[in-house]
Design a protein around this ligand. Structure first.
Ligand code: ADP
Ligand code: MG
Length: 472
């Protein structure tokens, strides 16, 4: 990352922002879109970032700019936003980012147009605007665009209930689930639904980071009274990612009071978090128990069916034809969360359009090979043990037991071998997961399975089949 006009702390913060985003969006998207960025300057509370091409600029603006701003703001509250511009010609050549720089202008323009078209003007943030402090809402995040499946049906139903009720069905509604599983989507959907149904109701939607930032600013400017009034006069208060105020004493205190005041007045509160109320770290007990009082709805990890449904819906929204085979492949492979899944689809579509190629399974495998590799490693040893045990018809507990009969010892060795092949765990780690066995036992198992594969073709097939099932 080069820089000209930037001093140390800003540069460090920028690096931190990039790192944080990297962990959210995954390595592949990071390499494609974030890494080529260069920080230029900081002025008037905005960070100026440049990217090598127009295409990248549009893409980053459409997908990452809000998040960059929010992450930066969480580190340095004097930064309120991020401006993305195209890198000047001179540094472009010097930076050697030939891949994106050499995209023919016509192709780049065509892709930008395609993306603009696909996204229509739905990117436009709707402003609920009743109260000046509410965060912008993404108009794509509606109930209609939310694909419902087993893992999220309860959270979805609860969210709809809150959005449609004119009174307060439960308080608070506490939505929790892992990163990228649709919490923010549901929050925005609730806010937008309420505002459309009854424009007279005031809704404030804020990330917990923003809540904290506003509060601290009010403290500095000594107008906490206004701050309090602002929150205490809303009909619906929505705080996203509440885990961020864990350990932040004064903000928590203020939040707690606001919370109580609103609940006492029969106003609706909706909270999201990546943990359940009881698991929130650095959170005061009385606040935790208050959060637990209403309805706690968790969003579970996605299933294959849900992932496939989501891909179909996203492809529809992008108005592109995506072969079913490719969607099945992605739904099998990219299991971490919906954001990553969506990112993968977007990347393949953008790439295919950019180089004027058809969207096929092969394009996807090629464009996403780094991401796919990273996902391959996510098979857990527990999954391997379960799958292998059921394949050989032995009990799962035999993976850990001391029994040495060949009928259980062989499958156990196969599982160890696959654990070595498919995960990044070390031999001692693998040994521990198999009833605390020594790493030399694992080493022996790996060698044994390799030998057997050489001389016993039906055994080799068994192992291969298991490997494919686990990878698939
Ligand atoms: P979280 O807030 O839980 O980290 P988001 O709500 O930001 O996750 O979701 C990440 C992305 O995945 C968003 O673009 C969102 O629209 C999409 N998404 C998540 N779940 C679903 C779903 N069930 N249907 C459609 N899109 C979804
Ligand atoms: Mg979120």
């Amino acid at each position: 990352m080069t820089n000209e006009a930037i001093d140390g702390p800003h540069e460090d913060n920028w690096r931190q922002v990039c790192e944080n985003l990297r962990s959210e969006i995954g390595e592949a998207a990071y390499q494609s879109w974030i890494k080529p960025m260069t920080i230029r300057s900081i002025a008037d509370g905005a960070a100026r970032i440049s990217v090598p091409t127009r295409f990248m600029r549009d893409w980053v603006i459409a997908h990452y700019v809000d998040r960059l701003g929010a992450l930066w703001n969480a580190i340095d509250q004097s930064i309120d936003g991020v401006d993305i511009s195209i890198q000047p010609e001179r540094s472009l050549k010097a930076s050697g980012e030939e891949a994106s720089a050499s995209i023919p202008a016509a192709a780049a323009a065509a892709t930008t147009a395609a993306i603009d078209m696909a996204q229509g003007d739905t990117r436009r943030a709707s402003d609920i605007g009743k109260v000046g402090i509410s965060g912008p809402l993404d108009t794509r995040y509606t109930f209609d665009n939310f694909v419902v499946g087993k893992p999220n049906e309860f959270a979805y139903a609860a969210a709809r209930r809150v959005a449609e009720a004119s009174s307060v069905p439960f308080n608070p509604l506490f939505l929790y689930g892992g990163v990228g599983l649709g919490k923010t989507h549901l929050m925005h959907a609730i806010a937008q639904h309420i505002c459309q149904q009854d424009p007279k109701r005031t809704v404030i939607y804020l990330s917990a980071e923003k809540f904290m930032y506003r509060f601290i600013r009010a403290l500095k400017e000594q107008n906490t009274v206004d701050f309090k009034d602002m929150f205490r006069n809303v009909d619906v208060l929505m705080i996203d990612d509440v885990q961020f105020i864990g350990g932040k004493g004064a903000t928590q205190e203020e939040f707690f009071h606001t919370f109580n005041a609103l609940v006492d007045q029969g106003r609706q509160i909706v909270i999201s978090s990546d943990k359940s109320p009881s698991d929130l770290e650095g959170m005061e007990e009385r606040l935790q128990s208050r959060l637990n009082c209403g309805l706690v709805a968790d969003i579970h990890a996605t299933t294959y069916e849900l992932r496939l449904g989501i891909l179909e819906s996203k492809a529809d929204q992008l108005k592109v034809d995506v072969p079913r085979k490719m969607m099945e492949f992605l739904a099998h492979k990219i299991t971490a969360n919906v954001r990553e899944l969506e990112g993968a689809l977007n990347r393949v579509v953008a790439h295919a359009q950019l180089v004027g190629r058809e969207i096929t399974l092969e394009t996807a495998q090629e464009v996403l090979h780094d991401l796919l590799r990273a996902n391959d490693r996510r098979v857990t040893i527990e999954e391997i043990q379960k799958q292998v045990a059921s394949h050989f018809n032995i009990r799962g507990s035999d993976m850990h037991s001391a029994r040495r009969a060949r009928s259980v010892a062989r499958p156990r060795q196969v599982a160890m071998y696959l654990a070595k092949q498919l995960t990044s765990r070390s031999l001692p780690e693998i040994g521990r997961k198999f009833g605390g066995r020594d790493h030399t036992t694992v080493m022996h198992a790996v060698k044994k399975v390799e030998e057997l594969r050489e001389c016993d073709s039906s055994f080799a097939e068994d192992v291969e089949l298991l490997r494919r099932m686990l990878e698939g």
